[in-house]
Every structure is written in structure tokens, then in C-alpha cells.
Design a protein around this ligand. Structure first.
Ligand code: B12
Ligand code: SF4
Length: 480
């Protein structure tokens, strides 16, 4: 492929405002790098991540300092198209701030935004002075390529254009090009990375109420298994990481693909950890047997054990079967000694004391199993624009007494992870009952700890339950 000399595309992850660094998140932004890996086949690409190089400001003074640093950075860059990734809604304020600085510095250069938030609410990026030229909904590769191809002849559009990005075809899939971030990694991660996230497929045919994935192409497209294995191995070899996180929206949807992928991976005898999140009903004994040859930890998106809430979540058409499948998969994973997490979302709109009791009745049943490898990953419901719930919030308000307390939390100068969780699920579960699920979990915490196999206990203490590191059973480890 011949790379042209212009236009130069500056890909920027703008960071997030009012997203405190409680959990240290220093990931390489895989979606942006994948976008860059496609574009660099045709145009020069520069990669920047202000979350890593500048940080996440959480107040006025820090934002002013952040903006000064962004301005200084942009003044020293020679680029033609600024492509900003507003990947989650938490980056909305930072996106607008970076776009404004770029526009003031360079009135003639193009500014493009894309990611999940622009896909959900493209109108959020329309301003009276049209600081942004293009808002891309959906996948960015082909839309950005088109903009770059037209660049030599086209000027800035007279007003902001909202463009639906076409979906890339599987035959045009391209793996990660780590060369793009080589010098970025040397400067910012001199001791190397511990892990990276990769995508081996795109799309998800489901439409869970709380998830935005259905805004994109619904069809599941995987890399061919051989290419998928090469992708995993080349990341591990090049970056010397100890874990590869497969970030696919719906990992391994097709049984044949999964089995071939696992078999080919085992042949390469990987010495690194592999993690992924998937649906609990997908796995059978053959999958689990194959997985037992790998260092693997699996997240199962079960979300609730209340059949009623599972229905409201649109997680499944048959909640009882879904729960039985979860039990079966968890039991197989226990049998083969594979650490797995049950992801649970509490306080989903419509949740009541009764549905919480339904969920904890199943938790009680499962924590009676000894030497278990099942870890609990419990979270409060977070309200994201673009999800089915956001599109139908009035219906939930009317039927259940749900209240979304901070409607456009991504525009408010307050902790955004706190504000997106400010949701009253139902009229029966408000005020002091909002923390009910936490006390129900706390009551069981000792039984949960005692039920775990030592390896699963260790894994839980290192990932989801840092307070367990004070437990004498915890064995501190050293890792980079
Ligand atoms: C993997 C993943 C992660 C990984 C990321 C790994 C990494 N290092 O990059 C981890 C676990 C770290 C993570 C963290 C978080 N995540 Co997350 N994550 C996902 C997931 C599953 C990825 C989906 C996927 O398959 N992508 C495949 C690639 C190819 O597609 P893509 O990511 O959409 O990228 C394309 C387009 O968006 C577009 N695009 C992206 N950037 C740009 C830029 C430009 C200029 C253009 C034109 C286009 C463009 O082009 C890309 C290539 O086609 C999604 C969706 C889901 N189903 O849950 C959630 C999702 C993106 N996450 C979400 C959230 C909220 C978070 C967290 C805030 C969670 C938290 N509580 O902390 C954090 C934020 C992290 C951060 N840095 O800001 C939400 C975002 C919702 C919203 N409106 O904000 C999603 C949509 C899940 C949901 N609830 O619906 N996440
Ligand atoms: S939660 Fe998972 S299964 Fe459900 S729509 Fe999102 S990606 Fe698909």
C-alpha cells in the first residue's frame, strides 16, 4: 500500500474532565490505535493521548492547566486533520475543550470527532460557531479515509456535518500497528505495559437495555481464527505484556470460531494471561476443556439473577434458561479450575427489594460451593446516553417511578462517574434503600471469601476486592 505524504491525521484521545483518578487507568486506547492502524496504510498518522500525557483534570484550575498544555502541544504539531476520539461520554467536555483550542489556533484545519458519544448524540457537537467540521457516527475508518481523500480539493464545510460511518468489511480488517505508538510507549511507559486490549471481532446482535453497542452494526464479524491468534501473539511478543485483554463487545459468539481460535492459541503455548467478557450461555464443555490449557480469566455478563430484571434488561428472551446456562457454565469452569467473574448490575431501572432478594437467593446458592472459582463483580447501574434505557426513559419513569437525577451528567462540572449512577431505580427502592444491595453483599462477604479456591481468592484481591489484600490469606505479588 502506498502511503501519501498528506494530509497528516493527528489522532487524539482528549482525556476526561471530572473523572477522578480513583482507579488508575492508563490503557493504550485500542479503538483509536486500531483506527490509526487502518489509516496509516494510506496517510501519515500521529497518535496522542492527553489522559496519559497530561492527566484527568477535576476542577477549574486543573482544567486551565490542562488547556495550556494542550495548546502548547498543538502549537508544535504539524497536522492537517485533527481527529478526536470522544469514545465515552466521559470525554465529552475534554473533546469540546480540545476542539476549541485547535480551532482558535488553526482556523483552516479540519476537526473531526467520533466514538460512542457522537454516535449516541451527534447534536451535542453542533455549536453556533461550527468549531467541529465532521461528527462521525459508528465506525470511523472509512469515513475518515473519505475525508482525508477529499482533503486536497475540499475546504472546511460551511457548517458541521454529521456523517454515518460505513462499517468496514471483514476482508478489510487490519490488526494493530504497534509502530504507531512505538515512541509514545518509550516515553510514557519506559518499564513496559502490563497488559493491552485487543479486538478480535466487531458487533453484537443483542440489544441489552443499558448498553450502547446496538447503535453500531449489529452483525458479529470476527477476524479469521488464524489472524486472531496472530494478532494476540504479535501483541504479546512485541510489547512483552503479561496479559492480553480481549475487549470484543461479544467475544466468541460463534461456537466453531471459538473452538478453532482456542485450539490454534493452545498450539502456540502462550505464557501470558488472556481475559475476555462474554455471555454465559455460549460456552460448552469442549470450550471449557480447551480453556483449561490457557492462563485465562473470564467475565460472564450475567448482570442479574432476577428473571424479572433480566427480562427488563432485554438480556434474554428466556431468563430461566439463561440462569440455568449460567449455573452450568460456572460449574464447568469450577470443575476445570478456571477463574470466572459474574458481572452483576444492581439498581437497574425497575429494580425493587423483591428483585434484589431474587438475585441474592442465587448468590446464596452459589457461595455454598467450596473451592469455587467464581468471583463476584458487582456494580451500580450507570446511565449512558444512546442505550435503550435512555431512549425509553419516560416509559420507565411512568411504569416504575425511575428517576434519572442528573440527565445530562456529561455536561456537568462534577464527578461524572458519581453522577451517571444517580438513578432512582423504582419508587420502592429510593433514598436509604439505594445502598441495600451493598449491605446484602456485605452480609455475605465472609462466606464469599471462604467459598473461594486460594487462586480465585488471590485473583479477586488483586482485581475487584482490594480490601481483601489485608486478609492473611492474600499473598502479595510483584508485577510491572
Ligand atoms: C473494551 C471496552 C472497554 C475497555 C477498553 C480497552 C482499551 N484499552 O481500549 C475497558 C474495560 C478498559 C473499558 C473501560 C471503560 N469503558 Co468501556 N467498553 C468497551 C467495549 C466493550 C468495546 C467495544 C468494541 O468492541 N470495540 C471495537 C472497536 C473496533 O469499536 P469502537 O470501540 O466503537 O471504535 C470505533 C468507533 O467508536 C469509532 N471511533 C472511535 N474513536 C474515534 C475517533 C474518531 C475521530 C472517529 C472518526 C471515529 C472513532 O471508530 C472506531 C473504529 O471503528 C464497549 C462496548 C460494549 N459493548 O460494552 C464499552 C464502552 C465503550 N465502555 C463504556 C464505558 C462507560 C467505559 C468506562 C467509563 C467504564 C468505567 N466505569 O470506568 C471506562 C472508560 C475508559 C476510558 N479510558 O475512558 C461505555 C461507553 C458509554 C458512554 N456513552 O460513555 C460502552 C459503550 C459500554 C456501554 N455501557 O454501553 N471499556
Ligand atoms: S451488554 Fe454485551 S451482549 Fe448485551 S448488547 Fe452489549 S455487548 Fe451485546
Amino acid at each position: 500500500m502506498n502511503q501519501r505524504t498528506t494530509p497528516t491525521i493527528l489522532l487524539v484521545y482528549p482525556s476526561s474532565f471530572y473523572y477522578p483518578m480513583e482507579q488508575e487507568r492508563f490503557e493504550i486506547k485500542s479503538s483509536l490505535l486500531l483506527l490509526g492502524s487502518f489509516l496509516v496504510q494510506y496517510f501519515p498518522v500521529i497518535y496522542a493521548d492527553f489522559e496519559i500525557t497530561i492527566g484527568r483534570p477535576t476542577g477549574n484550575i486543573q482544567i486551565k492547566r490542562f488547556e495550556r498544555q494542550v495548546k502548547a502541544f498543538l502549537e508544535n504539531q504539524s497536522y492537517d486533520i485533527l481527529a478526536i476520539s470522544c469514545w465515552t461520554s466521559l470525554s465529552y467536555m475534554a473533546t469540546m475543550s480540545v476542539a476549541k483550542i485547535a480551532r482558535e489556533l488553526y482556523p483552516e484545519k479540519l476537526v473531526v470527532v467520533g466514538g460512542y458519544h457522537p454516535s449516541a448524540i451527534p447534536e451535542d457537537f453542533l455549536t453556533a460557531d461550527n468549531i467541529i467540521d465532521y461528527v462521525i457516527k459508528g465506525e470511523g475508518e472509512l469515513a475518515l479515509m473519505q475525508i482525508a481523500e477529499n482533503y486536497p480539493t475540499a475546504k472546511r464545510p460551511s457548517e458541521t456535518k454529521i456523517v454515518a460511518g460505513a462499517t468496514i468489511l471483514p476482508e478489510n480488517f487490519i490488526g494493530m500497528n504497534w509502530d504507531i505508538v512505538e515512541s509514545f510507549l518509550k516515553t510514557n511507559f519506559p518499564a513496559g505495559l502490563r497488559s493491552v486490549a485487543l479486538y478480535l471481532s466487531r458487533g453484537c446482535p443483542f440489544d441489552c437495555s443499558f448498553c450502547m453497542e446496538s447503535l453500531k452494526e449489529r452483525r458479529w464479524h470476527p477476524y479469521p481464527p488464524e489472524m486472531a491468534v496472530n494478532e494476540v501473539n504479535s501483541a504479546a511478543e512485541q510489547l512483552k505484556v503479561s496479559a492480553i485483554n480481549l475487549g470484543d463487545a461479544c467475544f466468541g459468539l460463534q461456537s466453531r470460531w471459538r473452538k478453532e481460535f482456542f485450539t490454534r492459541l493452545i498450539e502456540r503455548n502462550p505464557n501470558f494471561w488472556i481475559t475476555f467478557e462474554t455471555r454465559p450461555e455460549l460456552f460448552d464443555e469442549e470450550d471449557v476443556k480447551l480453556l483449561s490449557h490457557l492462563k485465562v480469566a473470564i467475565e460472564l455478563g450475567v448482570e442479574s439473577f432476577s428473571p424479572y430484571i433480566l427480562g427488563l434488561m432485554n438480556k434474554t428472551k428466556n431468563p430461566q434458561k439463561f440462569l440455568d446456562d449460567f449455573r452450568k457454565t460456572s460449574s464447568l469452569l469450577n470443575q476445570y479450575g478456571i477463574v470466572h467473574m459474574a458481572n452483576l448490575i444492581f439498581n437497574h431501572p425497575g429494580e425493587t427489594e423483591r428483585t434484589l432478594q431474587e438475585t441474592f437467593a442465587v448468590v446464596d446458592e452459589l457461595i455454598d460451593i467450596s473451592d469455587s472459582y467464581l468471583i463476584w463483580a458487582c456494580h451500580d447501574y450507570m446511565h449512558y446516553p444512546g442505550s435503550f434505557l435512555d431512549r425509553n426513559k419516560e416509559q420507565f419513569e411512568k411504569e416504575y417511578g425511575t428517576r434519572i437525577l442528573v440527565r445530562e451528567w456529561w455536561k456537568v462540572n462534577e464527578d461524572q462517574l458519581v453522577n451517571c449512577r444517580k438513578v432512582i431505580p423504582s419508587s420502592g427502592l429510593s433514598d436509604d434503600k439505594l445502598k441495600l444491595w451493598r449491605s446484602m453483599y456485605k452480609e455475605r462477604e465472609n462466606r464469599i471469601k471462604n467459598s473461594l479456591h486460594p487462586d480465585a481468592f488471590q485473583f479477586a484481591a488483586e482485581t475487584y476486592s482490594p480490601s481483601w489484600r489485608r486478609d492473611p490469606r492474600y499473598r502479595p505479588t510483584t508485577s510491572k
